[in-house]
Design a binder for this molecule. Structure first.
Ligand SMILES: NC(=O)c1ccc[n+]([C@@H]2O[C@H](COP(=O)([O-])OP(=O)(O)OC[C@H]3O[C@@H](n4cnc5c(N)ncnc54)[C@H](OP(=O)(O)O)[C@@H]3O)[C@@H](O)[C@H]2O)c1
Length: 295
């Protein structure tokens, strides 16, 4: 396959690129940097390069502790997802020879946080705070008109927190844990929907290759855990204590209420359609996933 990846230079895009190349597929990135691939402007002016599948994993990082959450950052978080998705969708619509598959990565922030409600891919969402409405609009921006949709298979993967060695949440968590300064966030009772980056890449590849896969797939591990269980398992894998819970107020002061709520609240998300579509997880259990990543 020839695969075009928007945001392929990032944490998830890098892992997906590695997986695809290891299986002999050709990969081209769409990037803001002309040295890294096709630029978004070139996609508009020259159209879609010939390819079999298009994936969008572009988006300004939401949880970077190095950036303050203000109106400018919020606008960038939004436009980096909506504009890149629209640009790829429009290029697919205009392509003389469209790809077979169009895959978008969004997030489980679509579903309303709850300590008890369980969500599968059919569950309602997309209608409350910033991130949920953003996912609704993002997925809407990807939707192809019926005519194009008949020849291009569309898949949206709603991901949980992606755990990997080279980026994402774990990168920021490891150093306090290694110093013995780790602990649960807030009450620790909130669900922590997670996925190993190898499984997320695997699901994205499955979405491109599986000729009958379409619609929404939840990109989370099938064995759910709370934030406290996640923290306890990580501490055991590192052989360090995790006795210092981070109070909600401290997180809110550090990250702002928007981002703090992403960590202090969570959703019980079940990958029902992902499993029914035939995907088999490499890391369904948290302990094995963390052992693989931190050892
Ligand atoms: N990581 C997670 O835990 C997680 C969980 C759920 C959903 N997601 C979603 O998955 C996607 C990828 O996440 P990631 O962790 O791989 O992010 P990442 O490492 O920050 O990479 C995302 C890529 O997006 C591009 N990008 C960044 N800012 C941009 C902007 N302002 N305009 C256009 N493109 C921009 C960059 O590519 P260039 O520099 O080459 O342009 C970057 O390499 C995001 O949409 C994110 O919301 C991630």
């Amino acid at each position: 396959m020839r695969v075009l990846i928007g945001g392929g230079s990032g944490f998830v895009g890098g892992a997906l690129t590695h997986l695809l190349r290891s299986k002999g597929h050709e990969v081209q990135h769409v990037s803001r940097d002309p040295r890294a691939g096709v630029t978004w402007a070139q996609l508009v002016s020259k159209g879609l390069p010939t390819c079999d599948a298009v994936v969008n994993v572009a988006g300004a990082n939401v949880l970077s502790p190095l950036r303050r959450w203000d109106a400018e950052y919020e606008a960038e978080v939004q436009s980096s997802r909506l504009e890149t998705t629209r640009t790829l969708r429009d290029a697919i619509i205009r392509a003389r020879s469209p790809p077979h598959a169009w895959v978008l990565l969004t997030g489980v922030g679509y579903y309303r946080p709850s300590l008890s409600q369980e969500y599968n891919e059919e569950s309602a969402g997309g209608d409350f705070e910033f991130m949920s409405r953003l996912v609704r609009d993002w997925e809407g921006a990807a939707r192809l008109p019926e005519e194009t949709g008949r020849s291009v298979r569309q898949v949206v993967v709603r991901s949980g927190v992606v755990l990997g060695k080279n980026g994402g949440a774990l990168k920021w968590m490891l150093w306090p844990f290694r110093l013995g300064l780790g602990g649960s966030l807030g009450s620790g009772r909130q669900p922590f929907p997670w996925i190993h980056v190898d499984d997320l890449s695997g699901i994205l590849l499955h979405a491109m290759e599986g000729s009958t896969v379409h619609g929404i797939l939840n990109g989370v591990a099938p064995c759910l855990s709370t934030n406290a269980e996640f923290v306890g398992t990580l501490a055991r894998c590192l052989g360090r204590p995790a006795l210092l819970p981070v109070p909600g107020g401290v997180l809110q002061a550090l990250l702002g209420p928007q981002r703090a709520s992403m960590l202090l609240e969570g959703q019980w998300v079940v990958p029902q359609r992902t499993l029914e579509s035939g995907y088999r997880y490499h890391f369904p259990q948290l302990a094995a996933a963390l052992k693989d990543l931190v050892s």
